[in-house]
Design a protein around this ligand. Sequence first.
Ligand code: 5AD
Length: 346
Amino acid sequence: MLHLIIEELKNNKTLNDKDFLRLFTEYTEEDLSFIRELAREVAVSNFGHGIYIRGLIELTNYCKNDCYYCGIRKSNLNVERYRLNLEQVLACCEQGYSVGFRTFVMQGGEDAGIKDQDIVLYIREIKKKFPDCAITLSLGERSEQTYQNFYDAGANRYLLRHETSDHTHYGVLHPAKMSLDNRLNCLHILKKIGFQTGTGIMVGTPEQRVEHLLKDIRFIEQLQPQMIGMGPFLSHCDTPFAHHPNGSFSMSLLLLSIFRLMHPKALIPSTTALASLDPKGREAGILSGANVVMPNLSPVDQRKKYSLYNNKAALGAESAEGLALLDKQLQSIGYHISYDRGDYEA
Ligand code: 5AD
């Protein structure tokens, strides 16, 4: 039984390395229930039972990168590529706004075909039409000047998962021309500029070890991001990791709870990957301390093209059209949708 360690984590918001490693390697079902219970107590005491919603607009599936895990990697020739124009983006926002979204997340591959100036225009136009909304970007690694331009145009938040903070492991997941140092540098720049910044990892990627997870925990502890996104690795048939098993559901929940106990006020989504892995994944994430969900607002006919992994949930409660269903699912576990903008509050 690791209850003492788990209680210590809650009280001190950290543990020594040895105890973190014990938690990863020795936890039982019962320990998992216990840590999830404490994590949701912490979430509820900070956020109540309201779950923030973010409308996800998948801007482009063109990508110049070739990450070995990702379905929209450059080398995957089976992807039908698309990018949304301003009109399409604004239509997504319009639809989202009308059902209550007050955050729009523009996510996309690193697409050389959309100029920084185009993104700046998208941001400005969204801000003009929906001045009470927050804009989150998730558009990968860019220069400091570009990030600054996005910020000046009105973007408020930026998501950039570091994926793993171990250099060797980063090299297992990415081609040599991608660099962990650059990614981490981007995160520091984003924070410095003033973005509410999010980072995070996938759980169960090839060759991931508990020592890597420990490093991730320490990195996040140092960075103190406002948002922490994490989900299981899920294989995609057209990638080099096609035959690698999916990440573990229980390990994903354990990590989510650990992050909640360490970062009581962070915005932590119950991710699409979690919902894709298990039919009760979204609820399980919330019951492990998550306080955000990100339903899909992309045009329905494009959604299947944004396939980062196989069987990615994009319909039903995972979609903007399905908000009523989402709310019903949340109600069934004692929660509800919060229509607040849900900015980070220190
Ligand atoms: N399984 C799970 N998550 C994935 N992502 C990309 N590919 C996969 C996959 N195969 C995640 C990455 C990225 C985010 C947008 O999606 O962590 O940062």
